[in-house]
Design a protein around this ligand. Structure first.
Ligand code: LLP
Length: 421
C-alpha cells in the first residue's frame, strides 16, 4: 500500500497534487510520502511484536537526512556501510548504540570513527577485517562488539547482482568455518562477540531462502553456545522484496516474514535485529519526469523524458521494471499503445522501458515512476553533467524540498584547476 493515488483525475502524493510539486520544483524530482515511510516501518514493528528486536533501517536504500530523521523519530536503529552513512546516522540523531556497521571492506578509519562515536556492533565479514578491528580497538583502549556475518550458501532466488548468500559471493564467512572463527574472536582481547549476522540478498520474493538461512543460523546458535560463546543477538539482515507490479508478483508480507522468524528463532532468547531498506522506502517514493518529445520512429515511438539513467539507474543496471504512470489520469477505456520510454543521455542503455503500453502521451506530459523510493536517488550520478535531481517529502497537504537541485555554477565550482593550467 502507498499514498500515491489518483484523485479528481490526477496523481496525488498524499494530499498534494503531484502537478503542483512539478510546477514548484521543476522536473525531474523524487517525491516521498511520510505516511508510507512510516507505515512500512511500522509493518516491521508489528511483525516482530512480542519478541525483543531492533529494526535497523538500511539507509543505503534512501539516505536523505529528512528520511533518516523521520526513521530516528520512529525509533529505528540504522544499518550503515560506510563512514559517510555512519556520519549521516549520527547527524540524524540516532544514538551509536542503535547503529550496526555492516560492509565487506570497512577501513581502519571507519572502524575508529564508529568506535569513538559509539556503535552497537560491527558485522565482521572476513578474518583480515577481524584482526584489523582488534588492533584498532586495542589502540583506542576499547572492546569492539561484533557479530560474524555468516554466508549460509543459500540461493536467494533474486537478481544475480543483488544475491549475497551463495558461497561464490564475496560476502561473509562460510558458515562451515564459523566455529573456528568465533574461537578466534574469543581469543582477541579487542573484540567481544555479541551475536550472529546473516544477509542473503535483496528483493527476495519467497520466504523459502529465508527459512533455509534461519534454520542454519538456529543450529549455529546452539553450536556456538555449546562452545561457550554468548549469543545475545541475531542480525538477520534485510532483503524482503516489494511488488514492482510486473507479473503480479506478490512477495511475502512483513507479518509472514516475522512469523517465520518467530517460528525458527523465537525460542533462542536472542534479541532480533533486521535491516530492511527497500521495503521501507521503495514504494514510498516516486520519480516524476516530464516528456520532452514524442519521437515517432520506424515502427517504434519514443517518449523522451527529462529524467535519465543517471537519475534512476535500476532499469539499465538490473533490467529492473518500474511501473510508469501518467500524472494526469487516463480516461477510462482509452486505447493504449506501446512506447519506448527513454532518457536524453547519449547511450542506448538509457532506456527505462521498451514497448511499454501507455495511453496517448505527448510533449509536456508528466509521468511518475513508481517504486522508485529505494535505490533511486542514492544511486544517482551527475553523468552528462546533469545535476542531481531534487528530493521532496510530502506530509498530508504539505511538501518540502529536502534536497535542492544544484545550479550549474555549484557543480562547476566543485572542481579546481591546478596551478600549472
Ligand atoms: N543489509 C545488508 C547487509 C545489505 O547488503 C542490504 C542491501 C540490506 C541490508 C538491505 O536490503 P533490502 O532490504 O533493501 O533489500 N541497488 C540494488 C539493491 C542492493 C542491495 C544491497 N544490499 C537495487 O537497486 O536493487
Amino acid at each position: 500500500m502507498d499514498h500515491f493515488l489518483y484523485r479528481d483525475g490526477e496523481l496525488y502524493a498524499e494530499d498534494v497534487p503531484v502537478r503542483d510539486i512539478a510546477d514548484g520544483v521543476g522536473t525531474p524530482f523524487y517525491c516521498y510520502s511520510t505516511a508510507t515511510l512510516t507505515r512500512h516501518f511500522q509493518l516491521f514493528e508489528e511483525a516482530l511484536h512480542g519478541m525483543p528486536h531492533l529494526i535497523c533501517y538500511a539507509m543505503k536504500a534512501a539516505s536523505n537526512q529528512a528520511i533518516l530523521t523521520l526513521m530516528a523519530q520512529l525509533g529505528a536503529g540504522m544499518d550503515v556501510v560506510s563512514g559517510g552513512e555512519y556520519a549521516r546516522a549520527i547527524a540524524a540523531g540516532v544514538p551509536g548504540e542503535r547503529i550496526v556497521f555492516s560492509g565487506v571492506g570497512k577501513t581502519r578509519t571507519e572502524m575508529r570513527q564508529a568506535l569513538q562515536g559509539g556503535v552497537r556492533q560491527f558485522n565482521l565479514e572476513s578474518e583480515p577485517e577481524m584482526e584489523a578491528l582488534n588492533e584498532v580497538a586495542l589502540s583506542l583502549g576499547v572492546v569492539a562488539p561484533v557479530t560474524v556475518r555468516v554466508n549460509p550458501d543459500v540461493d536467494a532466488q533474486t537478481h544475480a547482482k543483488i544475491a549475497t548468500g551463495k558461497s561464490e559471493n564475496k560476502f561473509g564467512i562460510p558458515i562451515t568455518r564459523a566455529r573456528e572463527v568465533y574461537a578466534r574472536v574469543a581469543a582477541l582481547p579487542g573484540l567481544r562477540a555479541v551475536g550472529i549476522d546473516v544477509h542473503i540478498g535483496s528483493q527476495l520474493t519467497s520466504l523459502e531462502p529465508y527459512r533455509q538461512a534461519f534454520e542454519k543460523v538456529a543450529d549455529l546458535t546452539d553450536a556456538l553456545r555449546a562452545d561457550g560463546h554468548e549469543i545475545l543477538r541475531l542480525d538477520l539482515g534485510g532483503g524482503l522484496g516489494i511488488p514492482y507490479l510486473r507479473d503480479n508478483q506478490a512477495p511475502p508480507l512483513p507479518l509472514q516474514y516475522g512469523a517465520l522468524i518467530k517460528e525458527i528463532l523465537g525460542d533462542k532468547g536472542c534479541e532480533i535485529e533486521i535491516e530492511p531498506g527497500r521495503l521501507v522506502a521503495g514504494n514510498a517514493g516516486i520519480l516524476v519526469s516530464r516528456v520532452i518529445y514524442l519521437k515517432e520512429g520506424e515502427g517504434r515511438d519514443f517518449l523522451i523524458l527529462d529524467g535519465a539513467m543517471n537519475d534512476l539507474i535500476r532499469p539499465a543496471m538490473y533490467d529492473a521494471h518500474h511501473d510508469i504512470v501518467p500524472v494526469m489520469e487516463p480516461v477510462a477505456g482509452v486505447a493504449q499503445r506501446p512506447f519506448d520510454i527513454v532518457g536524453p543521455v547519449c547511450e542506448s542503455g538509457d532506456t527505462f522501458a521498451r514497448g511499454r503500453m501507455m495511453p496517448p502521451m505527448g510533449a509536456g506530459d508528466l509521468v511518475a515512476f513508481r517504486s522508485a523510493g529505494a535505490y533511486g536517488a542514492v544511486m544517482a550520478s551527475e553523468y552528462n553533467t546533469r545535476p542531481l535531481i531534487p528530493e521532496v517529502l510530502v506530509q498530508k497537504d504539505q511538501f518540502a524540498v529536502i534536497r535542492a537541485r544544484p545550479s550549474f555554477e555549484e557543480i562547476i565550482e566543485r572542481d579546481t584547476i591546478p596551478p600549472w593550467l
